[in-house]
Ligand binder design. Structure first.
Ligand code: NAD
Ligand code: UD1
Length: 352
């Protein structure tokens, strides 16, 4: 069977990008950057972990329309209708389930959602001769025995079903790119996205009690949560707390535009880290948040969280060399914008 045989479009025609999961945290910020850059944007999202209000706000901020379809990205028939109706040139696939702990409890749901949506998209892209695919991968695909900073050719291996879904999707996409050389895939391995658009109109809106550090801090600062628990202060790091590579979500979104440009002009499959190359500890983040925003965040030191490791940060050189992208925003921007979003939207999108 022939896969992905169409010729690449020539010239500088503005493309229509299909963004799955476009109503979510990273997707909405990326839609905004795409529209600002002049792309047409079509979103498929079933809103299982998001609210269409994010897309309304992106439209308000950009003054440009988004075509939105609410359905499950595993539905090949509906995807086929979208590809028939729109002249899609590239797919950015954000749609997926992403909570590590939940993936341990309901692994089949995670494998089914994350793998089948990726394969359904590839099948429909094949049918419609669409060759450019940008995939949301994660630093979680790196095995724990790598030295820091993490390079793209480091050992891969995961410790939970969520991580394996990303690993397996990467393998599927690599295999397709080998079989069909015209297929162009960029596997973007995100480090720790935080922050929000500086307008405070779009941001991270987790359901329930947050698992990740920044939403936990912002909701504690707001008084919705009593206090932050720092998960361990006995790691081999400068202050004993875990060190991560936090990246502003607007920088991350811009990385996707660079990946789209790259995919258009190249073939094959490349994995690329999107991180800053700088590691901050939990206490660094907490103190930066307090001093930049002039607000107190009560906290206690608790035990280590199972599965965590001491230090994770990226080598961002490949993104610079290959995509011409590097993070521009710093830790002060990240904590300021996260708080600005949370203050303006104390209940997230749902309720003003
Ligand atoms: P998010 O939950 O805010 O966005 C994901 C979106 O996909 C949501 O709007 C959800 O409703 C939608 N969705 C999920 N399954 C779907 C399906 N089958 N069909 C249609 N829509 C579906 O998450 P995010 O933080 O924006 O993450 C986006 C992607 O990046 C995910 O694939 C995630 O695994 C990956 N990622 C995120 C992080 C992070 O820290 N946020 C880190 C690494 C990788
Ligand atoms: C987590 C996921 C990872 C995913 C990433 C981005 C785990 C084990 N890993 O990474 O797969 O790609 O999110 O979504 O869940 N912390 C606290 N108190 C808190 C919350 C976090 O001290 O209430 C600490 C953590 O121990 C860690 C740091 O803050 O040192 C960052 O944690 P988090 O935001 O959850 O991200 P990761 O664990 O790096």
């Amino acid at each position: 069977m022939e896969f992905f045989y169409a010729k690449k479009p020539k010239g500088d025609v503005k493309m229509t990008i299909l963004v799955t999961g476009g109503a979510g945290y990273i997707g909405s910020h990326t839609c905004l950057e795409l529209l600002d850059a002049g792309y047409e944007v079509v979103v498929v999202d079933d809103l299982r972990n998001s609210d269409a209000e994010s897309l309304n706000r992106v439209e308000q901020l950009t003054g440009k329309p988004i075509t939105f379809y609410q359905f499950d990205a595993r539905d090949e028939k509906k995807l086929d209708e979208v590809f028939t109706k729109h002249n899609i040139s590239c797919v950015i696939h954000f749609a997926g389930l992403k909570a590590v702990g939940e993936s341990v409890s309901i692994p089949l749901t995670y494998y089914h959602n994350n793998l089948v949506s990726t394969m359904a998209l590839c099948a429909v892209m094949n049918k419609h001769n669409v060759n450019n695919f940008i995939f949301s991968s994660s630093a979680t695909v790196y095995a724990q025995d790598n030295e820091m900073p993490l390079k793209e050719d480091g050992h891969l291996g995961c410790t939970n079903p969520y991580g394996w879904t990303k690993f397996m999707c990467e393998e599927i996409l690599k295999d397709i790119a080998v079989a069909e050389p015209v297929f162009s895939v960029v596997l973007l391995r995100y480090f720790n996205p935080i922050g929000a658009h500086p307008s405070g109109m779009i941001g991270e809106d987790p359901a329930g009690i947050p698992n990740n550090l920044l939403p936990y801090i912002t909701q504690t600062a707001l008084g919705r949560l009593e206090r932050l628990t720092v998960h361990g202060d006995d790691y081999d790091t400068k202050d004993g707390t875990g060190v991560r590579d936090y990246i502003h979500v607007v920088d991350l979104a811009k990385g996707h535009l660079k990946a789209v440009e790259y995919a258009r002009k190249h073939q094959g499959c490349e994995a690329v880290n999107l991180g800053t190359g700088v590691g901050y500890s939990v206490l660094d983040i907490l103190h930066a948040f307090e001093s930049e925003n002039d607000v107190k965040v009560p906290y206690v030191i608790g035990p280590r969280r199972p599965g965590d490791i001491a230090t994770v940060y990226a080598d961002p050189q490949k993104a610079k060399d290959m995509l011409g992208w590097e993070a521009e925003l710093g830790i002060k921007d990240m904590v300021r914008d996260a708080w600005n979003w949370q203050k303006k939207n104390p209940q997230g999108y749902r309720k003003g």
